[in-house]
Design a binder for this molecule. Structure first.
Ligand SMILES: Nc1nc2c(ncn2[C@@H]2O[C@H](COP(=O)(O)OP(=O)(O)OP(=O)(O)O)[C@@H](O)[C@H]2O)c(=O)[nH]1
Length: 206
């Protein structure tokens, strides 16, 4: 008897933070395995997806790369937060203002997310720009502790950090596996224009 293959469970993760902190580059690094050749300011939301295998189960990680610029996100905000399984807050380690913006991103999240127990992580990006770093690790760690989030410092650009970017999203994926995810056969259509990336050939990092 022919049995159709089981559909993968899908987890929706939103990536938020100020404009220019590297949200697009981080999501691209995880889904395509490399730094993008060029990026432009995200308008509304971009969407990337990657299938991974955890403990023998294939799951799909759907990354919602949101616009950091207020004028590009206004009308979209309610769509980002629908059915979210996890949140990644990103700041730029070379830009203190992006770190100081984090409380307002956390507040926005609080206003839109119904469940309080959604996994959240904090990512300081651009650690490759060593001489330009403005946000000390101990300050970021204190902030992360206050908000009960794990902190990761990484670089979407430095190829040596590829494994680290992997680890960040895979840590989330492991956490989510024990949560109750959405079962979807295609990206949700909430009236948002989603731009799927070409499917990269990826293997799972474990
Ligand atoms: N040196 C360095 N530059 C980075 C890194 N990540 C991103 N950038 C650069 O930072 C700039 C902004 O990156 P994006 O990924 O487009 O930033 P974003 O947060 O998605 O910006 P919005 O779409 O406006 O919200 C680009 O010029 C990237 O090349 C990194 O890890 N290191």
């Amino acid at each position: 008897m022919f049995l159709p293959p089981a559909r993968s469970r899908i987890f929706k993760i939103i990536v938020i933070g100020d404009s220019n902190v590297g949200k697009t580059c981080l999501t691209y690094r995880f889904c395509a395995g490399r730094f993008p050749d060029r990026t432009e300011a995200t308008i509304g939301v971009d969407f990337r997806e990657r299938a991974v295998e955890i403990d023998g189960e294939r799951i799909k990680i759907q990354l919602w790369d949101t616009a950091g610029q207020e004028r590009f996100r206004k009308s979209m905000v309610q769509h980002y937060y629908r059915n979210v399984h996890a949140v990644v807050f990103v700041y730029d380690m070379t830009n203190m203002a992006s770190f100081h913006s984090l409380p307002s991103w956390i507040e926005e999240c609080k206003q839109h997310l119904l469940a309080n127990d959604i996994p959240r992580i904090l990512v300081g990006n651009k650690c490759d720009l060593r001489s330009a770093i403005q946000v000390p690790t101990d300050l970021a760690q204190k902030f992360a502790d206050t908000h009960s989030m794990p902190l990761f410092e990484t670089s979407a650009k430095n190829p040596n950090d590829n494994d680290h970017v992997e680890a960040i999203f895979m840590t989330l994926a492991h956490k989510l596996k024990s949560h109750k995810p959405l079962m979807l056969s295609q990206p949700p259509d909430n009236g948002v224009t989603l731009k799927p990336e070409p499917k990269p050939a990826m293997t799972c990092w474990c």
